[in-house]
Ligand binder design. Structure first.
Ligand SMILES: Nc1nc2c(c(=O)[nH]1)N[C@H]1C(S)=C(S)[C@@H](COP(=O)(O)OP(=O)(O)OC[C@H]3O[C@@H](n4cnc5c(N)ncnc54)[C@H](O)[C@@H]3O)O[C@H]1N2
Ligand code: MOO
Length: 399
């Protein structure tokens, strides 16, 4: 049997790094920057006011107080967006708004609360040292500075910075395109009636959602019956358009294992992995396209995705951090685990308390408990029993 680590490497090596593309900022959310971003413009772009108030010369308001205010004629009104930039004559003030350019000749801003708010003549009640409430050009970002490095994931703050620098696009590793194909003659789409022996198909939407959450594009092919010809016929037209085919079902030891039958000898290798759930696995290439075959049991499918696919997909899209956050937590109850198998149990984590509560039985059809969990308990191969209070590794299924 393969170890989990061995099969993780097989899957990770299968997926190649996606190409670099230039995308608009909204489309690039969550993707990884492919090259350093060097600022072509400064931030702030010009000296501007941090307050609504009056642009003055500090020397003109020296000694100002409530008892002895300094009176200055208000020569100009400068709202944010005014672009003609009249200079400030000595002994005068400009009424100025937050974000408006500080006029040449001014070196401080007195906020309106420290004045009488006059529009013809203003009485200034407080003195200011030069530089007060002036946001200096380039104090945040200087031209030529590297503000984001290749490998950075573009979240809200990063994309805000790129936009502020005036760049409409970024060069990123494009999303990996995955095709999800569920197999099984018993499968019927949600919304359709069942007859005894049929079930509602659920792995398709589950795996597509997991792929999209990992940043990939996912397309669900209508699930196919346990028929090798139908399998190839469904796949053929889409194969050359995708970076990954992800199947579920049809890989164990039965008489009708469509995925195994269709892909054995075609470049896909099937193996048992020493884990529970998720023992029967397959990976390889079909006509050059990476194919990963997951077991059909829903919990096996999603746990296998977490263990093998998610890190590989994120790695292929250039992410430095490919794995889930792992924390140590104390078990709230005792657990048993099969000797020689890495077991992933479902649980609910209380990070503040440092505890994790296992939920649901270990078998791989208990979908409801998977849906109620927020973490996976990682029980190592050599572990057979853990007492309540034992510390274990927990994968946090949030980011
Ligand atoms: N004799 C043996 N039998 C089985 C073995 C074994 O080693 N020897 N392994 C077991 C384990 S472990 C697993 S996991 C499953 C894997 O089976 P397959 O990947 O071949 O999956 P299927 O047989 O097609 O389906 C298993 C189970 O999951 C349901 N299923 C499948 N696809 C979907 C779907 N898209 N949506 C919802 N549910 C799905 C299916 O109806 C079955 O109940 O094999 C064990 N057997
Ligand atoms: O190993 Mo299979 O994946 O439970 O349940």
């Amino acid at each position: 049997m393969r170890t989990v680590a061995e099969h993780q490497s097989v899957v990770a090596e299968l997926l190649v790094r996606t190409e670099v593309v230039e995308l608009g900022l909204a489309e690039a959310a969550g993707l990884v920057l492919a090259q350093d971003l060097v600022a072509a413009r400064a931030l702030p772009a010009f000296d501007n006011s941090a307050m609504d108030g009056y642009a003055v010369r500090a020397a003109d308001v020296a000694g100002a107080s409530v008892e002895h205010p300094v009176a200055l004629p208000v020569a100009e009104d400068v709202p944010a967006g005014r672009v003609d930039g009249p200079p400030l004559a000595p002994g005068t003030a400009h009424r100025i708004m937050t974000g408006a350019p500080v006029p040449e000749g001014a070196d401080a801003v007195v906020q309106v609360e420290a004045t009488d708010g006059g529009t013809v003549t203003v009485l200034v009640h407080e003195e200011r040292v030069a530089g007060t409430h002036v946001r200096t050009a380039g104090e945040d970002v200087a031209v030529g500075e590297t503000v984001l490095t290749a490998g950075t994931e573009l979240g809200a703050a990063q994309l805000g910075l790129v936009a502020a620098l005036g760049e409409p696009t970024v060069r990123v590793h494009r999303r990996l395109r995955a095709l999800v194909l569920s197999t099984g003659s018993e499968l019927v789409a949600a919304g359709q009636p069942l007859v005894h022996g049929q079930i509602h198909e659920s792995n398709g939407v589950m795996l597509c959602t997991a792929l999209r959450a990992a940043g990939a594009e996912a397309e669900q092919l209508h699930f196919v019956a346990d028929d090798v010809e139908a399998f190839h016929a469904a796949l053929a037209p889409r194969l050359e358009h995708v970076d990954l085919v992800l199947t579920s079902g049809g890989v164990s030891a039965g008489a009708y294992e469509v995925v195994k039958d269709a892909l054995t000898g075609q470049g896909v290798e099937f193996a048992k992995v020493a884990m529970q759930p998720g023992m029967p696995q397959g990976a390889g290439r079909l006509r050059g396209v990476p194919v990963v075959t997951l077991p059909g049991n829903p919990v096996s499918s999603l746990v296998s995705f977490e263990v093998f696919l998610r890190p590989a997909v994120r790695g292929a899209m250039g992410h430095g951090r490919t794995h889930r956050r792992v924390v140590r937590a104390r078990l709230t109850e005792a657990l048993d685990s099969p000797q020689g198998r890495r077991q992933y149990r479902r649980g609910v984590l209380d990070e503040a308390a440092g505890t994790v509560r296992p939920i649901g039985p270990p078998a791989s059809h208990f979908l409801r408990w998977l849906a109620a969990s927020d973490c996976l308990l990682d029980l190592h191969e050599e572990t057979t029993h853990l007492d309540a209070g034992s510390e274990i590794d927990v994968w946090v299924l949030d980011t």
